[in-house]
Write a protein that binds this ligand. Structure first.
Ligand SMILES: [Zn+2]
Ligand SMILES: [Zn+2]
Length: 281
């Protein structure tokens, strides 16, 4: 079964995120290693790295993933691409220092250029980053997106094409975001729809390419190209795929990260629901 967890705030120091996740009983956790709305993060001191590694080891958390900055666009115009590649390399180095195995990345946006040109830039930028971080052992997980406004990565097929264009480099994988896939038009709210999604991942890339799942309900309509995150069961998706995924033995030890709002039932409530659902499938 997947490792249940959530995106956790690193306010007060990155090691605090581990403590918060552990207190919630998380088995996995996602974190920002720096402000996701800024280009540059400060580098960590020895004592910060030490505090994080120690907290990680002492906790019940088995897997930590980082989420890269929202500003990164590996498919953008030349100056943005260069800046983005540098920022992603720095992120991978931070992950390596901290002992984090994977970084979740938004594949980028074509903005004003034709999508095929943008996809080509995404591939060349990823190649640059992979070459520049060889040996660090950090996997880049391309996140499935809702596809609003020229955003790349709104289908499994497109992500498979990008990874295939990089010769199926072992340091690439995907982060399957159910809220985004629903926004992109996939019928993930039913048993059949969930199984079709899993079959499609298997056919196009193999299930071992899923390095992480993102889980939240969507207030927006299926195919509406928007992702308005909602508590599980309080949006248009409903609880079916979340229960199926939480109990799915095919994704054993894959992090399942809640990206639900922090208000109302919060992470504790959504985790409790996932644990209950897991037992009923
Ligand atoms: Zn994301
Ligand atoms: Zn996500």
């Amino acid at each position: 079964m997947p490792l249940l967890g959530a995106h956790i705030s690193a306010a007060g120091g990155l090691h605090r995120a581990i403590e918060r996740a552990d207190a919630l009983g998380c088995e996995a956790m996602q974190v920002f290693t720096r402000n996701p709305l800024q280009w540059h993060g400060k580098s960590f001191s020895e004592s910060e790295i030490d505090a994080f590694r120690r907290a990680f080891l002492a906790s019940g958390i088995k897997s930590v993933v980082s989420h890269a900055s929202y500003l990164i666009n590996l498919a953008g115009e030349a100056p943005v691409r260069r800046k983005s590649a540098d920022a992603l390399k720095a992120e991978i180095e931070r992950c390596y220092q901290l002992g984090i195995d994977a970084v979740v990345l938004h594949p980028g946006s074509s903005k004003n250029m034709p999508p095929e040109e943008a996809r080509g830039f995404l591939v060349s930028s990823l190649k640059n980053v992979l070459d520049g971080t060889d040996g660090l052992g950090v996997t880049i997980l391309l996140e499935t997106m809702a596809g609003q406004g020229g955003v790349l990565g709104s289908s499994i097929e497109e992500l498979a094409w990008v990874i295939g264009a990089l010769d199926w480099d072992r340091r690439l994988g995907i982060c399957a975001d159910l809220c985004h896939l629903f926004g992109a038009g996939l019928d993930v709210g039913t048993e059949g729809g969930y199984e079709r999604l899993v079959a499609s991942i298997e056919r196009h890339m193999g299930l071992d390419m899923v390095g992480c799942w993102h889980v939240s309900d969507n207030k927006g309509a299926r195919g509406g190209r928007i992702d308005r995150h909602a508590h599980l069961g309080e949006g248009q998706i409903g609880i079916v795929p979340f229960g199926m995924l939480a109990a799915d033995e095919r994704f054993r030890d894959t992090p399942l990260i809640l990206e639900t709002p922090k208000n109302g039932p919060g992470d504790a409530g959504n985790l409790a629901l996932l644990r209950k659902l897991r037992g009923s499938w």
